[in-house]
Design a protein around this ligand. Structure first.
Ligand code: SF4
Length: 374
């Protein structure tokens, strides 16, 4: 999912695993996933199943699943069904499920990989975690700078080139000190990009299902596409925040802590129905309060929590007077159709911006905090 493999791969390698990664999601892996997955299951199930074929063909003998059945949507049984599909097709492998209740089992696995020595296990875990954390933070920094500068770049593709270069260096580097030093270099290079000098670009908040927001293959690289069209797209969740904030529950989101987000969304959406629906709603409201020009909601076709929450997104956007575009994704979705809808949406936003003549008039700062839920 996105660039999550860079940090997770480092952590697992330090714990003593030989990490085998399939290719990034691609047309072939999607086709394989679609061929063997239940027809109406959600898109992330199909894409990740397709990825597993790639990893097993490259020699993986163990599959590690995050989430061991304790989830309120289909994600909870993803792993077990994917395993049974793969085993029925003749693949042989060991499966490990990591859920809230499996901490003891995970600890014993880590101990086994470190020849039964707790000292080595703790040392490797600490070092692995530190390296993974710094890599993940840097990846987040690269993604954030690319999002920020892309709408302004004079030579198209400059941000993509820098992102590619630094992501590769981050992946190859395993020393914490060197990773820390790299941050300055990354900032300097992005800041030196030649810019067009265009005034404030349109700002769009991307919300919805985590996988669809983070993985460029399934969302047709929407962040890059919007950037190339001169629009700043801000995802409510990134790979880094998903890993530490969502999966490991480390509060990384100091600007908008989970507690605050929950309180903002609760009057209209009481609790998470599975994915990140409650958080998404909170970010939608916050986008309106911060004067974003629009909200794009990405979800897999047939996703239970996002389908249930969709009318609430639409109502919240009407109440807060912020344009909203829903994009439902599955294996039949075509890139041309999605881009056409996005371009039409951008036309609406530009006309709205021109009519209102400034963000300040669309949503005056004085009202932003005062507005209460109905
Ligand atoms: S959040 Fe939606 S898409 Fe993701 S696993 Fe749950 S049902 Fe599927």
């Amino acid at each position: 999912m996105g660039n999550l493999n860079i940090a997770l791969g480092a952590l697992l390698r330090h714990l003593g695993c030989d990490v085998v990664q399939g290719q990034k999601p691609n047309k072939r892996s999607l086709e394989m996933g679609v061929r063997y997955a239940p027809e109406l299951v959600c898109l992330p199930f199909k894409v990740t199943l397709g990825d597993m074929f790639g990893a097993l063909e490259r020699g993986a003998d163990t599959l590690l699943f995050i989430g061991g059945g304790d989830w309120s949507c289909r994600y909870g049984y993803y792993g077990r069904i994917q395993c049974s599909i793969l085993r029925r097709l003749g693949y042989e492998f060991r499966s490990i499920f990591v859920g809230n209740k499996d901490i003891k089992f995970v600890a014993s696995e880590i101990l086994r990989m470190n020849s039964g020595s707790w000292t080595t296990a703790i040392k490797n875990w600490t070092r692995g975690f530190a390296v993974a954390w710094h890599k993940s933070k840097l990846v987040d920094e690269v993604e954030s700078l690319a999002r920020h500068f892309r709408p302004h770049e004079q030579n198209r593709g400059e941000c993509a080139r820098l992102s590619h270069k630094f992501l590769k260096r981050i992946d190859d580097e395993d020393r914490v000190l060197a990773l820390r030093k790299m941050k300055k270099e990354i900032r300097e290079e992005f800041c030196s990009i030649r810019r067009t000098g265009q005034p404030a670009p349109l700002r769009i908040m991307l919300v919805g299902e985590s996988y669809c927001v983070i993985e460029p293959f399934v969302n047709f690289d929407i962040i890059e596409k919007l950037g190339e069209l001169g629009v700043h797209a801000e995802p409510f969740l990134t790979a880094h925040r998903w890993l530490f904030y969502h999966a490991m529950r480390i509060n990384e989101d100091r600007g908008f802590p989970r507690k605050e987000a929950r309180a903002l969304a609760q009057p209209v959406w009481q609790y998470n129905a599975g994915g990140e629906d409650q958080l998404s709603i909170a970010y939608t409201i916050r986008a309106a309060q911060q004067g974003f020009d629009g909200v794009i909601h990405l979800m897999p076709f047939s996703c239970m929590p996002e389908t249930a929450a969709l009318p609430v997104f639409e109502r919240v956007c009407r109440l807060y007077n912020i344009p909203f575009l829903n994009i439902s994704l599955d294996e039949h979705t075509g890139v041309a159709g999605v881009y056409t809808r996005i371009e039409a949406f951008l036309d609406v936003l530009s006309q709205r911006r021109a009519r209102q003549d400034s963000v300040e008039n669309v949503y005056p700062r004085s009202q932003r905090v005062a507005i209460q839920h109905p």
